[in-house]
Write a protein that binds this ligand. Structure first.
Ligand SMILES: Nc1ncnc2c1ncn2[C@@H]1O[C@H](COP(=O)(O)OP(=O)(O)O)[C@@H](O)[C@H]1O
Ligand SMILES: [Mg+2]
Length: 260
């Protein structure tokens, strides 16, 4: 079944039951449910369940402007992270600006839903490129429509904290690693993150992981260098608080320098 138009009462009821079994009661509030699970998202989740990608959604890790992230558990009891983009997002304009400049998504339809789906696929592909380039980031597992399933970073107790919320033992090493990630990302993955900050880096076992790759652009994007400068500036400013000094222009030049 692909079109939600043909949802009759019976299948709606079935979906409702699926939803009930999908969501364990703890830590789940009604508001999140109403916002996230529109009919077609339910279909997608249902497909992920019947395909054995997820068993249940555990609890929401985060509720954001553009979507929510849940911890999921697979039938084999492994954790995954499930990011669900809202198709009725108020930040839609922001999304379409990034997507419409990307040659990989030239032929997508200009409807809101199609654009959010393309955005989700873009995050999947960007995560794939990062992993290939040796940049630490969640491994993407599958994306369908507005739902992205990826490697869960964290342990049984809790999802990995954000960089902004941890006390770093070795800020200099972490800073250098992040600059190295940006460089590998530019040179090997040919991508610019576009939203690097202490809010989009997870810290797990004292190692940083880049997340939130939806807005990542190819280096040939007209604004790629401007985004790169901003990313560098964000990191340098953040690490200044930990007495790390760095020359932003030098970092920029080294990143965009051709491989010799
Ligand atoms: N793979 C993951 N493993 C664990 N937690 C994650 C993962 N991806 C995202 N999160 C959590 O979900 C939050 C939101 O994810 P993010 O991709 O930054 O989306 P947005 O900022 O657009 O809401 C993150 O701040 C992080 O706490
Ligand atoms: Mg984020």
């Amino acid at each position: 079944m692909s079109s939600e138009k043909f949802l009759d009462k019976k299948s709606l009821k079935r979906l409702d039951r699926e939803l009930q079994s999908l969501i364990s009661r703890d830590g789940f509030d009604r508001k999140t449910e109403d916002e996230v699970f529109d009919k077609s998202t339910l279909h997608t989740l249902e497909k992920l369940i019947s395909d054995g990608v997820i068993g249940i959604l555990d609890f929401p890790i985060s509720t954001g402007k553009e979507g929510n992230v849940f911890r999921g558990v697979t039938p084999k009891k492994k954790f995954v992270a499930v990011k669900i983009y809202r198709t009725s997002t108020s930040t839609f304009k922001h999304i379409s600006d990034y997507i419409l400049g990307d040659p990989r998504f030239k032929s997508i339809k200009r409807t809101r839903r199609a654009i959010v789906h393309a955005w989700t696929k873009k995050e999947f592909k960007n995560l794939e490129r990062l992993n290939k380039a040796g940049v630490r980031a969640p491994k993407p597992i599958i994306s369908i429509d507005n739902v992205l399933v990826m490697e869960y970073i964290g342990d049984a107790e809790r999802a990995a904290p954000l960089l902004k919320d941890v006390t770093m033992k070795n800020p200099k090493e972490i800073f250098d690693t992040l600059i190295d990630f940006m460089s590998k990302m530019y040179k090997k993955a040919e991508l610019v993150h576009g939203d690097i900050s202490a809010y989009n880096v997870l810290m797990y076992e004292n190692q940083p992981y880049l997340i939130d790759l939806g807005q990542g652009v190819l280096v040939e994007h007209p604004n790629a260098l401007e985004f790169l400068k901003r990313d560098i500036n964000n990191l340098v400013s953040y690490f200044k608080k930990f007495n790390i000094t760095a020359d932003e222009n030098e970092i920029f030049r080294n990143i965009i320098k051709k491989k010799s």
